[in-house]
Design a protein around this ligand. Sequence first.
Ligand code: MN
Length: 191
Amino acid sequence: MAFQLPELPYALEALEPYISRRTLEFHYGKHHQAYVNNANKLAEGTRFEGADLETIIREADGGLYNNGAQAWNHTFYFMGFGPEGAREPQGALAEAIERDFGSFEQFKEAFNQKAATLFGSGWAWLVKDSEGRLSIVQESNAGNPMRNGLTPILTCDVWEHAYYLDYQNRRPDYLSSFWNILNWDVISERY
Ligand code: MN
């Protein structure tokens, strides 16, 4: 079965004023769609035809890895947002954040610092290891921490295409807005 662009569980203007409809039209409608289309084309006729994106992330290389990982990363990123839902971590994730970062505020600071200092294009990730311990990792370009056996909990896309229309070069402004639109019901479930 070919990869599909997933439907978003909210309207394109639902994240305004933090992320505009126009950004989503390009970022979801054009960039994300292109990664899905390219992954389909590149998987065709290879041993990855019919595989899931997780397998591609763990095992593929080159263009197929890049486009397959970008398709997965964008779905994970967009599904973490919502105009409704908890505005802070819930349940076991809330406890793990306090245990591993001190507090939600300290975690946000540490996450923003990693996202702000990532050079060039890439993703900041909150991940858990096999023992449930949390950490924040930077990945360049299409990088996905599942490749290293870690479980993604939350991600922030810091490619310029994620924020340029709304914030131009001001990545820190995008990063402070990011926290206003996260749906922590969805994110907490992932832990
Ligand atoms: Mn992106």
